[in-house]
Design a protein around this ligand. Structure first.
Ligand code: NAD
Length: 335
């Protein structure tokens, strides 16, 4: 069990805290929010049910009271309103990220930072740049949630339990995300083989509808209830569990895309991206975070779509700073 801190105790942070507590993943859970009373209230609320989850010290702290955690889950910042894309949040959430990074640098960096704040790939790239070589593993939830949505949508279409569907969404966690249908399996069977054997229809038009439903899933929830929380809270809980219990699960998360992969002609990126960027690729996730970044099998059209998604991210990353205050001017940080 770990020493875990959640920064941002809104809908997502609170759902994540519930998932971590129910699964007994933290020995100490520290809740932080710019609105300290909100964090205090959530901590008190969770403590009242202390007998109902494995032992954990739940408390609210201000930034100044923090000590370096094993894992920080970052959910602080603004969320999309109906009609807004995640990319629209970049400037507002970069300001929040800058504030939070500066404060964490004063009290010491965590061993791992799991970024949930949107646009999650750009925010992950921001912290990857800022904390490069600082001993903190940075990654984002990326398309882990989108992949759950795809599994669920395919499971419903094919009349099977979603745990038996293995399917990845890669690229941006956003409007350019790419569903990899060509490598998806039910059990060990390709989708079309499974559909044929169980007598379910699965045509090209169904793939288009499924992809669109995955891309618009968050917008549907936001239109109906204002924010998504349960599915991302459970997904964040699963990512933390994989690290705390060294499960070594294979899951797409947002990480620095390897240069060798960027150089592949299949993605049509011969003129860049010029700098590093974070996007979702399937990884082996264990105690040290994402340990191996896998190259999925891409159908030609999927590879092109993945390249286009990286272009979208390269574009948004042009808003990120390239330089940060040097370590020397940040006292109290771990090397
Ligand atoms: P929310 O408005 O309910 O909560 C955000 C919280 O962050 C607020 O309590 C606010 O006080 C706090 N906050 C803002 N700036 C802060 C700062 N500088 N320091 C500390 N706390 C600060 O929003 P939410 O619904 O919980 O969503 C949070 C973020 O998560 C959004 O960016 C949203 O788009 C994102 N999100 C990501 C995923 C994903 O799959 N990665 C899914 C859902 C939501």
């Amino acid at each position: 069990m770990g020493d875990i801190c959640i920064i941002g105790m809104g809908a997502v942070g609170t759902a994540t805290a519930g998932a971590l507590l129910r699964d007994g993943l933290a020995s100490r859970l520290t809740l932080v929010d710019a609105n300290h009373d909100k964090a205090r209230g959530e901590a008190l609320d969770f403590r009242h049910a202390g007998a109902l989850y494995p032992r954990c010290q739940v408390e609210a702290r201000t930034f100044d009271e923090l000590s370096p955690a094993d894992i920080v889950v970052l959910t602080a910042g603004v969320k999309t309103r109906p009609g807004e894309s995640r990319l629209n949040l970049i400037d507002r959430n970069l300001a929040a990220a800058d504030d939070i990074a500066t404060r964490l640098e004063r009290t010491g960096l965590p061993r791992t930072l799991l970024v949930l704040t949107n646009p999650v790939d750009a925010m992950t790239e921001y912290f990857s740049r800022r904390w490069e070589n600082r001993g903190c593993v940075v990654f984002g939830s990326g398309t882990a949630l989108d992949s759950q949505r795809l599994r669920e949508a395919l499971a419903t279409r094919l009349g099977v339990g979603s745990a038996s569907v293995h399917a990845w969404v890669v690229g941006e966690h956003g409007d350019s995300s790419v569903c990899l249908f060509s490598s998806a399996r039910v059990g060990a069977l390709p989708l079309e083989d499974f559909a044929r054997q169980v007598g379910r229809e699965l045509e090209a038009s169904h793939f288009a509808d499924l992809e669109s439903s995955v891309r618009t899933a968050a917008y549907d929830v936001i239109r109906l209830k204002g924010a998504t929380a349960h599915a991302i809270g459970l997904t964040a809980g699963a990512l933390v569990k994989a690290m705390v219990r060294n499960e070594r699960i294979v899951v797409p998360v947002s990480v620095r895309v390897p240069q060798a992969l960027l150089a592949s002609p299949a993605f049509g990126l011969s003129e860049g991206p010029h700098g590093p960027l974070c996007a979702s690729l399937p990884c082996v996730l264990g105690e040290h975070g994402p340990e191996t970044i896998l190259r999925p099998a891409f159908h030609e059209s999927e590879a092109k779509a993945f390249g286009a998604s990286l272009r979208v991210l390269e574009d948004v990353n042009s808003r990120l700073p390239l330089h940060f205050p040097s370590s020397d001017s940040r006292p109290g940080t771990s090397p």
